[in-house]
Design a binder for this molecule. Structure first.
Ligand code: TXA
Ligand code: MG
Length: 351
């Protein structure tokens, strides 16, 4: 299949630009598009065949449910039932934006889209291209991240092209994603609100609106605990990991740098292509041929928006051994460290 790539300027969006994408979606085809978090691989969420195509294009296990993207808050009533008051409060506060809510599934949503679950994930993105696409196509767009299963989520159209070109109908290139990490997921289908995936909207943000918000234990664990299975099916799968091995080094900054420099020297002396992932603040202190600077700790969005790109670069640069600083003290530390720990297979040393 030939994949058409069209480039759009977020600041100058015209409805006509979405005519063809809308036709594709209504006919059950697939269109990748940017959101403020990561690129999504969109298909008609109410069409079981479109959902099946999404799983096939990504190589994704079919028990891993999709998020349905809407453009108007009220549309949750068309997709979910038994909607608690808290859902409306959270929608008023955080939508449009990087929050996904899990609610009890309504009859319109096919099980193919929810991976067989009785609940449905819904998000109203803030990205203008994403929202215009949903509105103009008049489709509730099921969209997982537009990567092949297991790879880092795409934050640029080039990443989508790399993974899915030839497998989907169209890619809308809207440039880089602002946040670069997937949405925060909050489950409202149980007794108390539970964060299933940490993201730009933090527990503290949720607590300002809702009482008793907790994290699903599995997603903030520093090491996987026995018998604790993540509640979001997708969180149990291997994800983000580059081909090389990553070790996260935690502790006092001076000691971290000393330890990483020693490990780099050892690995480089053995002829292994070695890299460091760090922040701007410490960049110049590393003695390593391949230093990947995520940005300043003072600009957390620089860090979040560059992480997945760097994880992909490690592969294209054929790096075998990687050492990463920890980002434990940031507002977005849960979101960042959740991805980094998974990429590292929970391989951490403390100095
Ligand atoms: O930011 C995002 O959320 C991006 C953009 C495209 O919106 N989408 C995204 O989708 O990250 P995906 O499919 O890569 O991740 C969705 C996660 C998976 O871990 C999945 O298991 C979980 O949400 N999920 C979806 N429906 C669920 C449900 N009904 N119950 C529990 N977890 C669910
Ligand atoms: Mg994903």
């Amino acid at each position: 299949m030939e994949t058409r790539v069209i480039k759009l300027d977020r600041k100058n969006i015209k409805k006509e630009d979405f005519i063809e994408a809308g036709e594709i979606l209504r006919a059950g085809g697939l269109v990748a598009f940017p959101t403020e978090t990561v690129y999504g691989l969109g298909g008609d969420g109410l069409n079981p065949d479109a959902s099946k195509k999404i799983y096939a294009a990504k190589g994704r296990p079919s028990d891993n449910p999709l998020i349905i993207h809407i453009a108007d808050k009220e549309d949750i009533m068309k997709l979910a039932v038994d909607i608690p008051d808290l859902a409306w409060k959270l929608a008023d506060r955080f939508w449009p934006g990087p929050m996904t809510m899990i609610l009890k599934k309504g009859p319109a949503v096919p099980k193919e889209t929810t991976g067989g679950l009785d609940t449905v994930a819904i998000r109203l993105p803030s990205d203008e291209i994403a929202r215009t696409l949903i509105r103009e196509s008049q489709v509730f767009i099921a969209a997982p991240s537009a990567n092949s299963s297991g790879r880092p989520s795409p934050t640029k159209a080039e990443h989508v092209i790399e993974d899915l070109s030839g497998k989907i109908d169209m890619i809308i290139d809207g440039g880089s994603c602002d946040i670069g990490l997937e949405s925060s997921i909050i489950d409202l289908s149980g007794d108390k609100p539970l964060i299933l995936r940490p993201g730009f909207i933090t527990r503290e943000d949720f607590e300002a609106v809702a009482e008793g918000v907790e994290y699903d234990r599995a997603v903030i664990a520093k090491t996987p605990e026995k018998n604790v299975v993540a509640k979001a099916p997708g969180m149990k799968y291997r994800h983000y990991a580059p081909k090389g091995t990553i070790t996260i080094v935690e502790g006092d900054t001076d000691k971290v740098i000393e330890k990483i420099n020693a490990e780099v020297a050892l690995n480089e002396s053995r002829g292994i292509r070695t890299a460091v992932i760090c922040s701007d603040e410490n960049k110049s202190r590393y003695k390593c041929k391949n230093v990947y600077d995520l940005g300043s700790r003072k600009h957390e969005l620089d860090i979040t928006s560059s992480l997945f790109d760097v994880l992909r670069q490690l592969d294209s640069d054929d790096i075998g051994v990687i050492f990463a600083e920890s980002f434990d003290e940031l507002r977005l530390s849960q979101a960042i460290m959740n991805r980094l720990r998974k990429a590292a297979g929970y391989n951490t040393v403390r100095v």
